[in-house]
Design a protein around this ligand. Sequence first.
Ligand SMILES: Cc1cc2nc3c(=O)[nH]c(=O)nc-3n(C[C@H](O)[C@H](O)[C@H](O)COP(=O)(O)O)c2cc1C
Length: 312
Amino acid sequence: MKNNLPDLMLSPLAGYTDAGFRKLAKMYGCGITVTEMVSAKALLYKNPNTKVLLFNDESGFKAAQLFGSEASVFAEVVKFDCLAPFDAIDINMGCPQRKIISNGEGCALMEDLSRAAKIIRSVKNNTDKLVSVKFRKGYINKNSAAEFAKMCADNGADYITVHGRTSSQQFSGKADYAAIASAVKAVNIPVFANGDVIDRNSYLKIKDETGCFGVAVGRGAIGKPYIFCELLNKDYNFDILEAVKLHINTLLKIYADHIVANDIKKHIVNYVKGMRNNKELINFIMQKKDTLSILNELKNFLNKKSNTSQDI
Ligand SMILES: Cc1cc2nc3c(=O)[nH]c(=O)nc-3n(C[C@H](O)[C@H](O)[C@H](O)COP(=O)(O)O)c2cc1C
């Protein structure tokens, strides 16, 4: 914790880290949550699908992540009421998807320092919230992490998150912790190191090798919102059924039942990964269109499982 900034973050994962999942992560020791990436332009045009991504139902420090390429758009939207509940605005300068890059958004901004700087300043000048930037080791195959980190700090970023892969790597290969360490050395603001943290050992390794202030965990949290307790060496109790219920009830505050039913399936698949006879459950829930039948089937599956283990 530095100036009330927690040091453990759930990295944004579009399609996974919705309001329900973020709430679970917070219950298990995560300090900072970040919304899935939200288009600043879509927000400006009041797209209702976009606004719903900013719904939150959790306590503690939370950031809203925006992506875009026009400083003037950022300057407008950061004043919107829908961002009022957030403690920080996180600017996405790391997304490697072609449709994002081709619009000059996401990681493309790592190649356009003056535009990136203008965006950061426009956010900083129009909000009292903390401003952060999430970026990568570099664009295509470059390593410009240190230079980019410095640019962020010089233009008002309060903290940054560095994913140690280039945009060409997307999510493959290993994260380069030396590149993250170079960013840490280049600035005096808190740096969150990101890439390949899946357990306590990898958590200690990224901290040790980068000298970072904090750590951001992405895919390691999928199916494991309790990973933060593991990283902190804290005891915990994780009940799949209770977690799924809480997740569903959170999402039902904003979405219709059939949408929540569809969304929760991937989380259940991840929770029961590696469990015996999970295929039958997965096949069943994939056909279901309502949350009640999904919950009932999950309950039966887990009951059978606990009876079987008692028999042994
Ligand atoms: C399915 C998926 C969705 C992602 N969505 C976002 C996003 O919306 N915004 C963002 O900044 N990064 C996004 N990322 C990148 C992650 O936040 C993180 O930087 C990356 O996965 C590396 O961390 P990890 O090795 O801990 O997973 C996404 C990654 C994945 C796999």
